[in-house]
Design a protein around this ligand. Structure first.
Ligand code: GTP
Ligand code: MG
Length: 308
């Protein structure tokens, strides 16, 4: 039986193997994805992002518990753009997550140094989990940089987690994170200043563009499991609103375009590079560029024209 068929039948080891393929080279799993793709796209993908240590993993764990109790099939992806190997922190995460038992499938994704690899690996990992039967996927990413914004583009609902005392986070909000948030959580609200942070956030959101969905700002104490069911409710409310949104079809088309453009770019580059290498042109052109006899874009154009 093919790996794809095994995943569709709910084989955890097949899923784990396919995820490893996707992680090492997103395109290594192209055939598997092709097989399972009709069985993907359902359910809810929830992105959870925020600065290091705000309590994302703890919240993910609690939300997993909430959704399990509500009969959902939960998958967790911890997307780690910074560390190429799963270090101590992630291992800690894993141990905590595994407390949920075998009903939750948890996996951390690392780039292993591929630039832009996460943005490519993430949608495929989500598709594999959906093919496996998961209908509620929690996606954790650290930080507020462009790669997190890119990764969060694959979530249906994005949760921004902050802690009392916005401080440095204001900078992150300026970087566009405010626009991508569908739900804001002030975690560690057992600490002083939570009310003020919530007020500040609400003010910032009111200054922004008017939207059909006004992002709620919720207080939580993930560690103590306080405020988590309200967050789960907000996620489900948001997915209902999203489903009746007339722009839903347009968003699906945008996502399709993003995925196809990415695949097209990869295939074209691979084809041109392979053929140029076969003809010995690749090394020649690289040498010219290195010696400043040819500019990079001119080189690309020349290689491309060689094909025709
Ligand atoms: N006081 C308090 N501590 C909390 C709360 N939620 C989580 N923590 C603690 O905050 C620390 C960081 O929690 P994590 O869940 O690992 O945070 P994270 O955002 O996933 O961290 P990174 O993945 O390293 O960015 C842990 O020691 C948690 O126990 C809370 O509501 N109140
Ligand atoms: Mg974490």
């Amino acid at each position: 039986m093919s790996l794809g068929a095994e995943i569709l039948q709910g084989d955890r080891r097949a899923l784990a193997r396919a995820l490893t393929l996707v992680e090492s080279d997103p395109h290594a799993a192209d055939d598997i994805i092709a097989e399972v793709y009709p069985h993907t796209g359902h359910g809810v993908v929830v992105g959870i992002t925020g600065a290091p240590g705000v309590g994302k993993s703890t919240l993910v764990d609690r939300l997993a518990g909430q959704f399990l109790a509500r009969g959902r099939k939960v998958g967790i992806l911890a997307v780690d753009p910074s560390s190429p190997f799963t270090g101590g922190a992630l291992l800690g995460d894993r141990v905590r997550m595994e407390g949920r038992g075998s009903d939750v499938f948890m996996r951390s994704l690392a780039t292993r140094g591929h630039l832009g690899g996460l943005a490519r690996a993430t949608p495929r990992a989500i598709q594999l989990l959906q093919a496996f039967g998961k209908d509620l996927i929690l996606l954790e990413t650290v930080g507020a940089g462009q790669s997190e914004v890119d990764v969060m583009g694959f979530a249906d609902t994005t949760i921004i987690v902050v802690v009392p005392g916005l401080g440095d986070d204001v900078q992150a909000f300026k970087a566009g994170i405010l626009e991508i948030g569908d739900i804001f959580v002030v975690n560690k609200s057992d600490r002083p200043g939570a009310d003020q942070t919530m007020r500040e956030l609400r003010q910032m959101l009111h200054l922004g563009p008017q939207r059909a969905w006004m992002p709620p700002v919720l207080a939580a104490q993930a560690q103590q499991d306080v405020g988590v069911s309200e967050i789960a409710d907000a996620i489900l409310r948001h997915s209902e609103v999203r489903l009746t949104d007339p722009e839903q079809q347009q968003r699906r088309m945008q996502e399709a375009e993003r995925l196809v453009r990415d695949a097209l770019a990869e295939q074209l580059v691979r084809r041109v590079v392979n053929q140029s290498q076969a003809k010995g042109r690749w090394h020649e052109v690289l040498t010219e560029v290195a010696e400043r006899r040819l500019d990079p874009a001119g080189a690309a154009k020349a290689l491309h024209l060689d094909q025709e």
